[in-house]
Design a protein. Structure first.
Ligand code: NAP
Length: 264
């Protein structure tokens, strides 16, 4: 799919992977509607989209509110007159050991990491189907392929979203609309700024994920796992889950939470 002249919505566009993806889509020729809760941060990203020569629309949105996500799609159609690409990227890293898990914590994770993406699909899909072309990107996580302790609330939501995307892709077969599920490993964004990770799962720049997303849209890929070494863990999980558990333990893939030094 060619991106020049197309219109994309990116949620979670105020920073990290979403901001990098919005700018990468603009550089590929798309106009971009930017959604997240922090309006000022969105304005900064909008300036970068405009610097790339494309139009930007800032729509402050809480993706856990379905009415706000529906309004986001309507505002984009009103401003740009078309809609081609949905990037459901907004998310939050909500961790809790299962023995301390509360239903509220689980619900909070599902609200942003699962329903927030589903609402975008439900609101945008009818327009993509009507025009007979388009692309939907769901940003899940390697935590949606192999769960790491103590990430149960996040893992549950990301596995749910991965499964939703798997069905979505199949239901869209033959419609002209495609879907990609993206499974990043560790990415150097504010989300995991406080997490020290081992060399084997070193944080990659958000721009690397953004490049993979743009390429996946162009080539209509069904799944993207980045970086390469994350695929090794997935293969281990497919062959023998206990082997993958061993790798998680031995390599310390869950990472270690560290205090940030504010005086630095
Ligand atoms: N960083 C990683 O290592 C990593 C690895 C795998 C997958 N991912 C996934 O990649 C996606 C992007 O994460 P990131 O690493 O770029 O993290 P980030 O820098 O913390 O960005 C998260 C984005 O989501 C937005 N967001 C959070 N809650 C929201 C809500 N209720 N409504 C609207 N927007 C909301 C935030 O914006 P506001 O605060 O302005 O609302 C922000 O723009 C997430 O889905 C995450 O799970 C990240």
């Amino acid at each position: 799919m060619r991106l020049d002249g197309k219109v994309a919505i990116v949620t979670g566009a105020s920073g990290g992977i979403g901001a990098a993806t919005a700018v990468a889509l603009a550089r590929a020729g798309a106009d971009v509607a930017l959604a997240a809760r922090r309006a000022e941060a969105l304005q900064n990203v909008a300036a970068q989209v405009r610097d790339a020569g494309r139009r930007a629309l800032v729509v402050p949105t809480d993706v856990t509110e379905q009415a706000q996500v529906t309004a986001l799609v309507e505002d984009t159609l009103t401003a740009f007159g078309r809609l081609d690409v949905l990037v459901a990227n907004a998310g939050a890293y909500i961790r809790s050991p299962i023995r301390a898990l509360t239903p509220e914590t689980l619900a909070r994770s599902l609200a942003v990491n699962f329903y927030g993406s589903v609402y975008l699909v439900l609101a945008g899909l009818p327009h993509l189907l009507q025009q007979g072309q388009g692309h939907i990107v769901l940003v899940t996580s390697m935590d949606g392929k192999k769960g790491l302790p103590p990430d149960a609330p996040y893992v549950a939501a990301k596995f749910a979203l991965s499964g939703f995307g798997d069905v979505l892709r199949q239901e869209l077969h033959g419609t002209g609309v495609a879907a990609t599920v993206v499974f990043p490993g560790r990415v150097d964004t504010p989300m995991i700024a406080d997490l020290r990770v081992p060399w084997i799962s070193a944080k990659i720049p958000p721009e690397a994920v953004a490049r993979a997303i743009v390429q996946a849209i162009r080539r209509r890929r069904s799944e993207v796992i980045v970086p390469f070494q994350a695929r090794l863990l997935y293969w281990a999980q497919c062959v023998a889950p206990k082997l993958a558990d061993w790798a998680v333990r031995t390599l310390g893939l869950s990472g270690e939470e560290v205090e940030q030094d504010d005086t630095a």
